[in-house]
Design a protein around this ligand. Structure first.
Ligand SMILES: Nc1ncnc2c1ncn2[C@@H]1O[C@H](COP(=O)(O)OP(=O)(O)OP(=O)(O)O)[C@@H](O)[C@H]1O
Length: 291
């Protein structure tokens, strides 16, 4: 089975360790959601997995081959980087969209020009416009076109919907699913708009402070995540022995998030309210601010 494997990836910038011992396997034919707070290390990880940035420690392999400076492996991997103010001053910023897309078409051996043109039309992009004259949403559209038209087996997208209006976000999710269903490519999508994208994610990879906090089938994760609230002492009794997170106290009441472990059932016989959590709320529970 085609896969990308991160083996003990670490990244240090100056004195700061931004990724620590990342061990991750990405399988062919899945959509992964990569979520983490600002600065958690998502972009750094995607750039290392696509060999755009060297790791300080560890290796990334595609089908067992190190991806670093490996043209054969990189033909199968696309990281369509966010076009942003960061690129201003670089060669890319003054480019016309059509020239940027032409460069991408040379780079990716399976480039699908018909798909690129379909997306250009749907997004109503003027391809004669220069990158540095585009709005944030338009820049996202260009990165989406490169990602989808690359037809790379492993395609990474960093906040692809940033700046897109709700109509365009909806179109993107639809097009992504269509592409995924037709081709069985693997997508890794980092996003801060978690709720909207939950249904797309077969697996969720949560990054916290440069480490993988969890990697799990999204549905299974949600089926074991609950919010328990009520009188503080009753909540404490009801949740004893469970994996607990994010306790919040309000006067005599409290709430806590519990994650059921294998074989564990929900607490019974206590006067508490138990509600399932959505992915966004679970994320806040696991990665939110410390009390
Ligand atoms: N080129 C760089 N030089 C120094 N530090 C960097 C560099 N790139 C990223 N960092 C630092 O690495 C850490 C992780 O950044 P990264 O961009 O990977 O996070 P992220 O999870 O993608 O965040 P966001 O959601 O805000 O985009 C941050 O502390 C950031 O300041």
């Amino acid at each position: 089975m085609e896969s990308i494997v991160c083996n003990g990836i670490g990244k240090i910038y100056g004195k700061k360790q931004v990724l620590k011992d990342i061990n991750l396997t990405l399988e062919k034919g899945k959509i992964y959601g990569l979520i983490g707070r600002n600065g958690a290390g998502k972009t750094t990880l995607l750039s290392i997995m696509s060999a755009q940035n060297p790791a300080s420690e560890g290796t990334v392999t595609w089908n067992g081959e190190n991806v670093w400076e490996n043209r054969k492996a990189l033909d199968h991997i696309c990281f369509s980087r966010e076009l942003s103010i960061n690129l201003y001053g670089s060669g890319v910023s003054g480019m016309k969209v059509k020239d940027y897309l032409k460069t991408a078409s040379y780079y990716y051996p399976n480039w699908d020009q018909a798909l690129a043109e379909e997306l250009i039309k749907k997004f109503e992009l003027n391809t004669k416009q220069r990158i540095n004259k585009m709005s944030k949403g338009m820049l996202s559209m260009v990165t989406i076109i490169v990602a989808l038209a690359s037809k790379a087996d492993f395609t990474f997208m960093d906040e692809p919907v940033a700046g897109l209006d709700v109509v365009m976000r909806d179109y993107f999710y639809h097009k992504l699913m269509e592409e995924y269903t037709e081709t069985g490519r693997t997508f890794v999508i980092s996003t801060h708009i978690i709720e909207e994208a939950t249904d797309l994610m077969e697996e969720v990879v949560m990054i916290k402070n440069g480490e993988v906090l969890l990697k799990e089938n999204t549905q299974e994760l949600l089926e074991r995540s609950y919010h328990v609230s009520g009188l503080a002492e009753v909540v404490d009794q009801a949740t004893e022995g469970y994996e607990r997170h994010h306790e919040e106290k309000m006067g005599r009441s409290k709430s806590v998030t519990i994650l059921l472990e294998e074989g564990q059932k929900l607490p019974e016989g206590y006067d508490v309210t138990i509600q399932p959590l959505n992915l966004e709320k679970l994320f806040v529970s696991l990665c939110g601010m410390e009390e």
